[in-house]
Design a protein around this ligand. Structure first.
Ligand code: ADP
Ligand code: 5GP
Length: 209
């Protein structure tokens, strides 16, 4: 039987470094990063179908009605959603799939797909988080404060996740996530069927005879 891929959900407050970490993780590993749909406008350099599928509100709503999303959420005034069929097909094909999504979305995925691996990215400190959002230069003062205030509340959701990774340096954070994924692939409840099924049960006999 073909082993299924893992669904790895990387989530956490805005500015903690999720995007940066996912990019570095994908450069080194053969994971499949899900491309989300969004109603927000493309930023300079963003390409439709690569960074996001950019949809208008009506197109997005139609997809909600057709149950095309594994999850969707409104984040800072725009809608974001994870296309369901691509993700499930990749997992069935044995690919490890990475979702980089907000906390509401991650908790919804956890309800429908509890066997996923849920990783919360934390900043080294709130002061450092503020600096990072300012340095990114993507927010107005107002939107910076909205995100920063939201982060204080969002950090409480860490207890709903399986793992917490502090993004001190990108290199260390990526190393920790790679280790988590390696360990998850070895979990007995994930590999049991394949071990017992392999070689007509020979391994099973060797283990228990
Ligand atoms: P998110 O996707 O969680 O909103 P980003 O990946 O956009 O966060 O990171 C926010 C800002 O912090 C970016 O300017 C990024 O370059 C910077 N950053 C990310 N990780 C680190 C790190 N480990 N050390 C210093 N700066 C970082
Ligand atoms: P940005 O507009 O900066 O690209 O993303 C804003 C927020 O939306 C980030 O926290 C990002 O993780 C989140 N996000 C991106 N795609 C999705 C998605 O498909 N679903 C959910 N719930 N959040 C998403």
């Amino acid at each position: 039987m073909k082993e299924k891929g893992l669904l790895v959900v990387i989530s956490g407050p805005s500015g903690t470094g999720k995007g940066t970490i996912c990019k570095a993780l994908l450069e080194k590993n053969d994971f499949w990063l899900s491309v989300s749909a969004t109603t927000r406008n493309p930023r300079a350099g963003e390409v439709d179908g690569v960074n996001y599928y950019f949809l208008n509100k009506e197109e997005f709503k139609n997809k909600i009605d057709s149950k095309d999303f594994l999850e969707y959420a409104e984040v800072y005034g725009n809608y974001y959603g994870t296309p369901k069929s691509n993700v499930l097909a990749a997992i069935d094909n044995g690919k490890d799939v990475v979702l980089e999504i907000d906390i509401q979305g991650a908790l919804r995925v956890k309800e429908s797909y509890p066997e996923g691996v849920f990783i919360f990215i934390l900043p080294p400190s709130m002061e450092e988080l503020k600096k990072r959002i300012i340095n990114r230069g993507s927010e107005t003062n107002e939107s910076l404060m909205t995100r920063f205030k939201a982060a204080y509340k969002e950090i409480n959701y860490v207890s709903k996740y399986n793992y917490a990774v502090v993004n001190d340096t990108v290199k260390e954070a990526v190393k920790k996530i790679e280790s988590i994924i390696t360990a998850e692939r070895c979990r007995v409840d994930r590999v049991k069927e394949n071990i017992l099924d392999s070689k007509e049960g020979i391994i099973h006999e060797q283990l228990y005879d």
